[in-house]
Design a protein around this ligand. Sequence first.
Ligand code: PMP
Ligand code: GLN
Length: 380
Amino acid sequence: MNHRSKLPNIETTIFTIMSNLANTHNAINLSQGFPNFKSDQKLIELVVDAMNSGYNQYAPMLGAMPLRAAIAEKYQQVYQANYNPEDEVVITCGATQAIYTIISAFIHAEDEVILFKPAYDCYEPAIAVNGGKSVAIQLNYPGYQIDWKLVESSITQKTKMIIINTPQNPCGTVFSKEDMLELQRITKDTNIIVLSDEVYEHMVFDGMEHQSACLFPDLKERTFITASFGKTFHNTGWKLGYCCGPSALMKEFIKVHQYNVYCVNHPTQIAIATYMNDASTYNSLPAFFQQKRDLFLNAIKGGRFKWIPTQATYFQVLDYSDITNENDIAYAKRLTIEHGLAAIPLSVFNENKRDQKVLRFCFAKTDETLLKAAKILKTI
Ligand code: PMP
Ligand code: GLN
């Protein structure tokens, strides 16, 4: 059969490649971002309760109302931001579906989308498959600071959207309040839509504060926020997330959502609605993950990797330039095969696959796993 690929340059995602390689070689897997510790038993019991109570058929199209209400309440409590659960919050199949839906609802052929690299890998294929064009702004190790003058000068008549990701995967940095004010300033009085991917909003360390787009009233009016319960509540396999945004924008989002999935997994929605009413379920996360970051970094002290402690997310970037000159993909594979430890090479997320000799390690793991991994890293 002959067909013209819509995505001729897209290869298998690095997360699949590295997790498969880790499994094949029985390596410790700090590559793909998922916890290896158990979900809270209380949350699992709430899902069982929901199933036993009959929540086994289609959920309402926009999501179970108790969950949409709990999300709206959280935005009120944490950010003093208003989202109407009736038409400004939609439950999705992970943040991935929310992101894809936003892009496909708004990007026409030839529209330009500005994004920052290293960028999480689901943005560009979604833009490309909808005929849009990515305009990448490369940020650089170690600081990954943004030159807002460059961002401003990258805006053209065709700029339809700007995608930000704070805290940013894979580099673990956060946008400052000044960054958000710059974003608000350069998009003010434009028709540019902002997609703010905030899946790591509850994993920010060292007393820093997450600068959600919803904290900036003018920006909020043109922004979609995406989030992931998989990341927040240690259940990446449940693929539950959400999108919130102003009703005029959500109207277009819903048109795509209703014929893409219509609705998503029902019992997990009911369970999370109850679970997240206790704010400590997410407020405890910075301390929980900061302890893991510090345990990991203390345990690799004295080795040859270099680092700046990650500000946020559950990823730590390590610089291996004192160890080898190898390209990061080759080194990540060798680390897995020869040393039994899998990580993610950052070049795959960079413009033109720029290699800055850094690998990403996921520390959402038991202390025991982190100490085992650190022992390997320290002796290399
Ligand atoms: N955005 C970023 C930055 C991510 O790291 C991930 C992976 N959790 C996603 C979106 C997708 O989230 P989900 O697994 O809920 O689809
Ligand atoms: N978000 C996860 C990460 O960054 C991976 C999700 C996936 O495998 N698609 O590791």
